[in-house]
Design a protein around this ligand. Structure first.
Ligand code: 13P
Ligand code: SF4
Length: 316
């Protein structure tokens, strides 16, 4: 097996992981398994064993339409695996490392949602897909960073709560006339980017296109040439083919894109998501081989969370 383009390993390292990839391919074929990989996944996994790659929205809908009918292995953080299970309740969904969390998902609990509801009666609550199943079950709708404004604008009410990411809420605020209330959650990876980083980038690379994920602070969003979800940032590069680009998002994403755009240089400060890094080829193999990390969601919670997700898919 040749080293696929985009794998950031030396030839020596590739030889070490090759048998593991072979084993995963055999297990996949034997079990008719589907492997989903978020855009932040390690290059050796993303560019080899993954069947579907994409942002949170793409992963949330992919498994419902894909022809493979065996177990679904979600290479991403735990809320992504839980979302796949909610959308595919009759399938086995595996999270190769169930301890892969998310600071946004951890920032709001089901009790917080009940309080939010009680203190804001008649205000729709839209929750980011980066939340637990219980939180989704208590919301009116879910959203991802690629469809948040559309979901919010679909409500008749003049005020909408967007939780838990305060920065995504700021991004929505810039695209709606509605009053947006929010929560004080944030992403531990994206909040590290600052306007000084952008100023420094522009000073050192005046021709760079600065692309920012909406989980960054509003001042960083405002200093960008483009703001969007991980897949929307990738689409921007595909459409515009910039000579130089700076992606202010988790930096594995640039590694994963680089090989597809040899004419583009990627320059940026690096911020890694420690939770996404937990998923490895070894954990994917073990999960597939032994069924380790199976995701279970209470059926009633799942049914109600699915309503919020289906609303998002319908309008978003
Ligand atoms: P996307 O929906 O843009 O892929 O974002 C998910 C995420 O967790 C970003 O930190
Ligand atoms: Fe969560 Fe941030 Fe990691 Fe995305 S990058 S999974 S929002 S901690």
């Amino acid at each position: 097996m040749q080293k696929p383009d985009g794998v950031h390993l030396t030839d020596f390292e590739w030889e070490l992981v090759r048998p593991l990839i072979q084993e995963i391919e055999e297990l996949k074929a034997e079990k008719d398994a589907l492997i989903l990989a978020h855009n932040y996944q390690r290059s050796e996994l993303y560019h080899s064993v993954a069947d579907v790659r994409g942002d949170s929205l793409a992963l949330a809908v992919a498994a419902t339409t894909h022809a493979k009918r065996g177990p679904i292995v979600v290479c991403g953080v735990h809320f992504m695996a839980e979302t796949a299970k909610i959308m595919n309740p009759d399938r086995v969904v595996l999270s190769p490392d169930p301890s892969a969390g998310c600071s946004l998902a951890d920032s709001i609990s089901a009790d917080d949602m009940r309080h939010l509801r009680q203190s804001n009666p008649n205000i729709p609550i839209v929750v980011y897909v980066n939340t637990s199943a219980e939180v989704k079950a208590l919301a009116d709708a879910c959203c991802t960073s690629s469809n948040a404004a559309r979901v919010v604008n679909s409500f008749e009410e003049d005020t909408v709560i967007v939780a838990p990411d305060q920065h995504l809420a700021d991004w929505v605020r810039s695209q709606t006339t509605k009053t947006i209330l929010t929560w004080d959650g944030s992403c531990e990876v994206h909040r590290l980017f600052t306007t000084s980083d952008v100023a420094e980038l522009r000073q050192m690379h005046p021709d760079t296109h600065v692309l920012v994920h909406p989980e960054c602070e509003v001042s960083v969003q405002e200093s960008a040439d483009f703001v969007g979800s991980t897949s929307q940032l990738a689409d921007y590069i595909e459409r515009n083919r910039p000579q130089k680009v700076s992606l202010l998002t988790e930096c594995t994403m640039s590694d994963n894109l680089r090989s597809g755009y040899p004419q583009t240089s990627f320059v940026q400060p690096c911020s890694l998501c420690p939770h996404m890094r937990k998923i490895t080829l070894e954990s994917v193999r073990d999960s597939l081989k032994h069924g380790f990390g199976e995701v279970h969601v209470d059926p009633d919670v799942s049914r109600r969370a699915r309503r919020s997700l289906e609303y998002m898919v319908r309008v978003g």
